[in-house]
Ligand binder design. Structure first.
Ligand SMILES: Nc1nc2c(ncn2[C@@H]2O[C@H](COP(=O)(O)OP(=O)(O)OP(=O)(O)O)[C@@H](O)[C@H]2O)c(=O)[nH]1
Ligand SMILES: [Mg+2]
Length: 359
C-alpha cells in the first residue's frame, strides 16, 4: 500500500507506515483471505496469492504467529510469477480476536486481526443465550476491539423487548442493536460503525444471519448464505474468514459460525465489572466468594443485587481462563521473549537498546 488516501481508507495508518519503513525491500499489504497455507493479500500494486516465507514459518511456533485475515503484512512480489508473493513479516497487531481451536484444549486461533469494532451476533430465536454472550464479550474486550452486540432476525421475533433488555443487562454499557437482514431493521445504525479507515468483524454461531446481514449492508449478494436446519441450527455456510474492502472505505470481515468458543483469552474484569467491583469490598483480597467471612459478593447475592447464576458463570469462566493457558497479553509477552532470545532475553535486549541510546 502506498501513501494514497485510498489506502488510509482501508485502515493503513501512521503506526503501520512507520513499522513498514524498516522493511524497504518489501511492499505492504493486507490479508483478505486465508486458505490453509495460502493467503490472498491486497497491495497497492494489486492482489497477490502469497505464502509465508521459510524464515517466518520457522520462527512461528503457534498458529497465532502466522498471518490471519485482517493482518497488515510485508510481502515480496515474486519476480518470476505474476500475482504471487511471499509474506516475510506481520506488522504488530493493534487487536486480535482469539479463540480456542475447536475440539482442542490448546492452540489459540486468530479469528480476525486489526479489528476496530467486533459485532457479536446472536439471533433472537433459539440461538439466544446470555451465557454465550458473556463469553463473547469477555473475549472481545480482551481482543482490543470494541464489542457491539447485534441481535439478529428481529422479523422472526415480534416480542423482543424482554430479550433485548436481558442482553443489555448482560452487556453492561455495550451498545445493543436489534437487526434483521431480511427487513433491514437496524442496518442504518450498524453502518455508523463502518467508516473509512475502520475494520469491523461479524462473529457468532452458524445460522444467526451474519452473511445475510452483510449482504444487506453491502446492497449485494456478496456472501453465500444457507437456510438453517429444522432444529434452527446453521449449516456452516460460510467456511472461511474473508475481508471485504468497501467501495466507500472501511473493511468488513465475515467469519464462519463457531461451534465452540473457548476462554483461551478473556477479559473477565470488563465483562463482570459489577462482580469485580463488589469484590473490592470483600474482607480478603483473595476471597473466592464461597464461605469466607466478610464476602461482599455473597452478601450482594443475598440482597438480590446479583444473581447466583451470574456469579456461578463468572467462577466457571474464571477457572477456564486460569487453566486453559495464556491470555493474549501473556501470549504477546511470550512472543517478545522468544524474539529477543538471541540477545539473552528481553531484559538484555532492553539494556542493549538503552546502552545504544546513551549519549
Ligand atoms: N427471517 C430471517 N431469516 C434470516 C435473517 N438472517 C438470516 N436469515 C436466514 O437464516 C439462514 C442463515 O443465514 P446466514 O446469513 O447464512 O447465517 P450465517 O450467520 O452467515 O451462518 P454461517 O455462515 O454458517 O456462520 C438463511 O436461510 C437466511 O436466509 C433474518 O434477519 N430474518
Ligand atoms: Mg455466513
Amino acid at each position: 500500500m502506498n501513501e494514497s488516501n485510498e489506502h488510509a481508507r482501508w485502515g493503513w495508518t501512521d503506526r503501520y507506515r512507520e513499522e513498514a519503513a524498516a522493511f524497504p525491500e518489501w511492499i505492504p499489504g493486507r490479508v483478505t483471505l486465508q486458505h490453509r497455507n495460502l493467503y490472498r493479500v491486497i497491495t497497492g500494486q494489486g492482489e497477490l496469492t502469497a505464502q509465508v516465507s521459510g524464515k517466518l514459518r520457522h520462527l512461528s511456533a503457534a498458529s497465532w504467529e502466522f498471518p490471519a485475515v485482517g493482518d497488515f503484512v510485508m510481502v515480496d512480489k515474486a519476480d518470476d510469477r505474476e500475482g504471487y508473493g511471499t509474506i516475510h513479516h506481520i506488522l504488530t497487531r493493534k487487536s486480535a480476536f482469539v479463540r480456542k481451536a475447536a475440539g482442542k484444549t490448546e492452540g489459540a486461533q486468530i479469528v480476525a486481526a486489526n479489528v476496530d469494532t467486533v459485532f457479536l451476533c446472536m439471533a433472537l430465536t433459539r440461538d439466544f443465550n446470555l451465557k454465550r454472550l458473556e463469553r463473547y464479550l469477555a473475549i472481545a474486550w480482551d481482543s482490543g476491539a470494541v464489542p457491539v452486540v447485534i441481535l439478529t432476525k428481529s422479523d422472526l421475533c415480534p416480542e423482543r423487548a424482554a430479550q433485548t433488555a436481558a442482553a443489555e443487562r448482560t452487556a453492561m454499557g455495550v451498545d445493543v442493536v436489534v437487526s434483521s437482514g431480511v427487513s433491514g431493521d437496524g442496518c442504518e445504525e450498524i453502518l455508523q460503525w463502518i467508516q473509512p479507515g475502520k475494520t469491523v468483524a461479524f462473529i457468532g454461531s452458524s445460522g444467526v444471519g451474519k452473511s445475510t446481514l452483510i449482504n444487506r449492508l453491502l446492497g449485494q449478494e456478496r456472501m453465500e448464505t444457507l437456510p438453517v436446519d429444522k432444529d434452527g441450527k446453521g449449516r456452516h455456510s460460510t467456511t472461511r474468514r474473508e475481508l471485504v474492502m468497501l467501495p466507500g472505505g472501511g473493511a468488513l470481515i465475515d467469519t464462519p459460525g463457531m461451534r465452540e468458543i473457548g476462554m483461551e483469552c478473556g477479559d473477565l474484569s470488563t465483562t463482570f465489572a459489577d462482580i469485580e467491583e463488589l469484590a473490592l469490598a470483600c474482607r480478603f483480597n483473595d476471597c473466592r466468594h464461597e464461605q469466607e467471612p466478610g464476602c461482599r459478593v455473597r452478601e450482594a447475592v443475598g440482597e438480590g443485587l446479583l444473581s447466583e447464576e451470574r456469579l456461578q458463570n463468572y467462577k466457571k469462566l474464571q477457572q477456564e481462563v486460569a487453566y486453559q493457558g495464556l491470555n493474549s497479553r501473556q501470549i504477546e509477552n511470550e512472543k517478545i521473549g522468544r524474539m529477543f532470545a538471541e540477545f539473552g532475553g528481553i531484559k538484555n535486549a532492553r539494556d542493549f537498546v538503552k546502552g545504544k541510546n546513551r549519549p
